[in-house]
Design a protein around this ligand. Structure first.
Ligand SMILES: Cc1cc2nc3c(=O)[nH]c(=O)nc-3n(C[C@H](O)[C@H](O)[C@H](O)COP(=O)(O)O)c2cc1C
Length: 172
């Protein structure tokens, strides 16, 4: 292809936002709650399924946060956060941490991880991350975390999310 024909810009989408969301919803994921503690001691946390692994050496993971999120300033300025992979029995927590105007941490048991980030009791796995880098893309910011510590509960069943609904694991 001659250089003059190389497209340097994507064409505008030929699909609606609803169609895009529905197509994305075909990708089944686990569910996480990403948590942190601000320098003032305030606990922050939200439900996120944009989590993914990036690199084994060094150990890197990523997740993305909507620019409009209330927790944006806490996560963009803090040195550490924790990613809690939810267990199958933590659906109520997943809903609560996606709801505004409620006390998300009420009666939630946790221990403090690196930088004070809450490690939620009953999580299937936890990743304690140094807030390594951030990339602004579209209406989200991609966070890359360098994992300083991680734990998991061997044999735990994870909570799953697909097509806008929560599921529990059913091995084929
Ligand atoms: C299953 C599920 C997955 C979600 N994943 C994300 C995500 O990856 N990133 C994000 O910014 N919001 C995600 N949300 C929405 C946030 O949890 C929700 O907007 C929350 O209120 C944001 O909290 P904040 O505004 O206090 O920061 C998800 C919600 C649900 C139910």
């Amino acid at each position: 292809m001659p250089l003059s024909e190389v497209r340097r810009k994507a064409q505008p989408p030929n699909f609606s936002q609803v169609e895009f969301r529905n197509a994305l919803g075909m990708f089944a994921t686990g569910v996480t709650i990403v948590t942190a503690r601000t320098p003032e001691g305030q606990l922050v946390g939200l439900t996120a399924n944009s989590f993914n692994s990036v690199s084994l050496a060094p150990p890197l993971v990523l997740w993305s946060l909507a620019r409009a999120a209330a927790s944006m300033s806490a996560f963009s300025t803090g040195s550490h956060y924790a990613i809690n992979i939810l267990g199958a029995d933590q659906k109520a927590l997943a809903r609560r941490f996606a709801t505004r105007g409620v006390d998300r941490f009420a009666d939630v048991q946790f221990v403090e991880g690196v930088g004070g980030a809450p490690l939620l009791a009953g999580a299937a796995a936890t990743f304690e991350c140094f807030n390594r880098s951030r990339y602004e893309e579209g209406d989200h910011v991609i966070f890359v975390g360098e994992v300083e510590r991680c734990t998991h509960r061997a044999g735990a069943s994870p909570l799953l999310f697909h097509g806008g609904k929560f599921y529990t694991e059913h091995p084929l």
